[in-house]
Design a protein around this ligand. Structure first.
Ligand code: AMP
Length: 209
């Protein structure tokens, strides 16, 4: 199954995608992670993307579309995948339709107030990408998966979070109606416990089989 995880920044797309992908044995395709790797490696894509990302703006459509096109052509994506953070504009959604069929769109809905709190407390592992929250780290600052020292993403700093939310409402939220009209949208309340959200997503996917 080819699945899209839609939702504002901080909705838990990455955390849930990681869990569900492990459960289903399909790859998680996160454009944010791919762009951060490209920046770390200093590739031409990374150089193009950096200023946009640091400012909390979207990277140009053609850059991310090319990344996704290349990624989903890899052999591990043949039995399906979760797109985490793509598409983020109607233009990207239209381009995706020419590349691959999408079977379901999981929309994780969370209020802005909750998102700001979540994002500002987020600390990520620079090695494996796993996100953590300061409230659950109990004073520790190392990744629970691989023990690497956690960092705060540049774009998770308070001054950038509000512009990311603004961009979400202007550019990405219209995709909710877009996929609703195509009959692909499944809404999940993203303001619940992690296990509860995972269970609801799995139940929703199970019902489609
Ligand atoms: P994320 O890790 O999904 O929160 O993405 C972090 C940042 O990467 C975003 O704020 C954008 O600057 C950029 N980005 C990730 N995915 C996309 C996308 N599909 N389209 C444009 N920019 C993206």
């Amino acid at each position: 199954m080819n699945i899209i995880f839609l939702g504002p920044p901080g909705a838990g797309k990455g955390t849930q995608a990681q869990f569900i992908c492990a459960k289903l044995g399909i790859p998680q395709i996160s454009t944010g992670d791919m762009l951060r790797s490209a920046i770390a490696e200093g590739t031409p894509t990374g150089l193009k993307a950096k200023a946009f990302m640091d400012a909390g703006q979207l990277v140009p459509d053609e850059v991310v579309i090319a990344l996704v096109k290349e990624r989903i052509a890899k052999p591990d994506a043949v039995h399906g995948y979760i797109l985490d953070g793509f598409p983020r504009t109607v233009e990207q959604a239209k381009a995706l339709e020419t590349i691959a069929p999408i079977h379901v769109v999981i929309n994780l809905a969370v209020e802005d107030e909750v998102l700001v709190k979540r994002i500002s407390g987020r600390r990520c592992c620079p090695q494996c990408g796993t996100p953590h929250h300061v409230e659950r780290l109990h004073g520790s600052n190392v990744c629970q998966v691989d023990g690497t020292c956690l960092v705060q993403r540049e774009d998770d700093k308070p001054e950038t979070v509000l512009s990311r939310l603004k961009v979400y409402h202007e550019k990405t939220a219209p995709l909710i109606n877009y996929y609703q009209e195509k009959g692909l949208l499944k809404n999940i309340n993203g303001d619940a416990g992690l296990e509860e959200i995972s269970a609801q997503i799995l139940e929703t996917l199970e019902a489609l089989k």
